[in-house]
Design a protein around this ligand. Sequence first.
Ligand code: HEC
Length: 343
Amino acid sequence: MRMSSSYVVSVPIRWATVCALLILSALLLAACSAAATPAPAQEPAAVAQPTATSAPVAEPTATSAPAAEPTATAEAEPEPTAAAAEEAMAFTGDADAGMYIATLSGGCGCHFNRDLGGLAGGNKFEGPFGVVYARNITPDMETGIGSYSQEQIVSLLRSGAGSDGWQLHPIMPYHAFSVLSDKEAWDVAAYLHSLDPISNAVPDRELTADPAPFTPDVAAPAEAPTDPVARGAQLATIARCGACHTPNNEDGSPNLDLMLAGATVRDSISANITPDEATGIGSWTEEQIATLMRTGTRPDGSAVEGAMAQQIERRFNILTEADALAIAAYLKSIPAVSHDPFK
Ligand code: HEC
C-alpha cells in the first residue's frame, strides 16, 4: 500500500540541534554512528597522556602496519601499566542485558568492520567538520578499548567525554545514549568488554574544531524507568526513532512541531506514528503497535517495508513484550499531529 522505495541503508542519527547542521552531511553518508574514541586514551595508563588540544597525536600503534587479522590478544605483553589496567578491569554488569540495549540502539553498526567481522572500527565519516573514523570498540589492549576502565567507557557512551578533556564527535550518538540508566550503561560496557578483541589500529580523526563538551540535561537514573510511557520514551530515544520519523528543519535540526509525524529519509518515506487518527496511528491499539514493532505486521495484516522492515529485522524484533508495549504507550502519549508525509 505504501510506496516506500528501496531501503534506507541504516539508521541516520539525530542528536541535539546544536550540532545538527554540521553533521547533516555525515548523516547522509553514514547510516549510523561512529565513535571517535580519542587516540590518547588508547594508552593503557590514564597517566601522562598528551593534552587534548594537540591534534593528531602520533600514537605508537598508528604507524605500525594495520594488523589485518583478529589475533591480537595473545601477544599482549604484561607491562606494569597493562597489569594495572587489568586490575581495573573487573567489570560488573550484565553483558547479555548490555547486548540487548546495544542491539536496540543500532548494534553499534557503525563500528562494524566487514573485513574483520566485528566492532573493530575504521569506517570513515567525512563532512564539513573534518574526518572521523569509527573507533575500534573491541577490548583489544593496544588498538581498542581493552585498557579503558568501565567508568571511562560509560562516560564515553553517555557524554562523549574521554580522559583529559577529549570529547567525541557527536556522530557518536552519546546525546541519545545519555538517557541510559546507570545499570544499562554499565551493562553495555560489560557487553563490549566481553567481545573478542580484534587488533585494528584506526587512524586519528582530523576535525576542523574540537567538539563541544556535553552535559546531559538530566542526570541518568540508577535503573531504567518502569513507568511504561517513560520507558517507551527512553527506548525511542536510544533507538532514535526520530531520525527517520521526524522531519528536519532547513538547518538540519529536528522539526519538533512535526515530532514523529513522518519524514522523507533518503529515498524512503517513514510514517506518521503520532496518535492522529487520520494521518497517524491513532486508531491502532497499544497491542497492535507492539506487534508491529516486533514483527512488522500492521493491524490490517500488511507488512511494513523498506527501512522499517530492516530495523525490525536487525534490532526491534528482540524487543521484550513489555518494552514493545512501553514504546506503544509512549507513542500514544505524544501529541497527535495531522501530517501526511506522502503529500
Ligand atoms: C531507519 C529509519 C527508521 C527508524 C530508525 C525507525 N523507523 Fe519506523 N518506519 C520507517 C519507515 C521508512 C516506515 C514506513 C515503512 C513502510 O512504508 O512500509 C516506518 C514505519 C513505522 C511504523 C508503521 C506505521 C504505519 O502507519 O504503517 C511504526 C509504528 C514505526 N515505524 C515505529 C517506529 C518506532 C517506534 C521507531 C523507534 C523505536 C522507529 N519506527 C524507528 C523508518 C524508520
